[in-house]
Write a protein that binds this ligand. Structure first.
Ligand SMILES: Nc1ncnc2c1ncn2[C@@H]1O[C@H](COP(=O)(O)OP(=O)(O)OP(=O)(O)O)[C@@H](O)[C@H]1O
Ligand SMILES: [Mg+2]
Length: 240
């Protein structure tokens, strides 16, 4: 019997990304394996979003390679991406999910039950008829997570999903992310919130100016940073 295809591990081998003369990622070699969430950490402009886009397959390295489960060309069927500022369709909450499910190939008859299940999973039950763009920022972020989960991803790529949220809304999003991780989904999440790194655990990819500066367990990164840049970042000094 053939083993089922998996997108894991994600292996980046000397990945560089340049736009024009601007070097965005610089010979990044990193393996992201199954397990607890991997947090992509670094100052503004360090390349977190660019790295996630490459992991999704939305951008191709200028040089170097990325492979998904040993394949250099893996369509993003088992991966989902939540953008930092997700854009909802100008329709109801339920219609946004219906659209995502249809896109994921779920037949019409099965969609209402899946919509109910997804809404419960992200704590938006009762809001299915609300225009999606009328939701609060935190609710929209949860809807974006539900939309991503509708694809039943093996890898969930999240770009600073709590960047503009207050503590309660952040907690709600983190709970969804942790539940997804516990259900076996590999979460890869950009963040520059050190408390979040500690809460979500797992391991850390620390970027500075497009280069990999540190690769370690999350708690090691916070409590025993190995590089001077990481130590300064963890102390709260400006790393530019
Ligand atoms: N299409 C592009 N053209 C030119 N420069 C780009 C492009 N995309 C990204 N950059 C630059 O590459 C660098 C890294 O950007 P990226 O968005 O990946 O960083 P980031 O770590 O996600 O930052 P932030 O924390 O602000 O979200 C930045 O200096 C950015 O301006
Ligand atoms: Mg970014």
């Amino acid at each position: 019997m053939r083993a089922p295809l998996t997108d894991l591990p994600l292996v980046l081998d000397r990945v560089s990304l340049a736009v024009g003369a601007t070097e965005i990622l610089d010979r990044l070699s990193v393996t992201i394996a199954a397990g607890p969430p991997t947090l992509v950490v670094g100052p503004n402009g360090s390349g977190k979003t660019s790295l996630l886009r490459i992991c999704m397959g939305l951008a191709r390295p200028t040089s170097g390679t990325i492979s998904w489960g040993g394949r250099l060309d893996a369509p993003p069927l088992r991966r989902a991406f939540v953008f930092q500022r997700p854009v909802m369709l100008r329709r109801s909450v339920a219609a946004n999910l219906d659209y995502a499910l249809a896109h994921a190939g779920v037949i019409r008859r099965q969609r209402p039950a899946r919509i109910a299940e997804l809404l419960a999973r992200v704590g938006l039950d009762g809001l299915e008829g609300r225009p999606a763009r009328r939701l609060s920022g935190g609710e929209q972020q949860r809807l974006a997570l539900a939309r991503a989960l509708a694809r039943e991803p093996e890898i969930l790529l999240l770009d600073e999903p709590t960047a503009s949220l207050d503590p309660a809304a952040t907690r709600a999003v983190e709970d969804i992310v942790l539940a997804a991780a516990r259900s076996g989904i590999k979460v890869v999440m950009a963040s520059h919130d050190l408390g979040q790194v500690r809460r979500l655990g797992g391991d850390v990819v620390f970027l500075v100016r497009g280069a990999l500066r540190e690769r370690s367990g999350a708690i090691d990164f916070l409590d025993h940073p190995a590089s001077e840049d990481a130590a300064r970042f963890v102390r709260g000094d400006l790393v530019i």
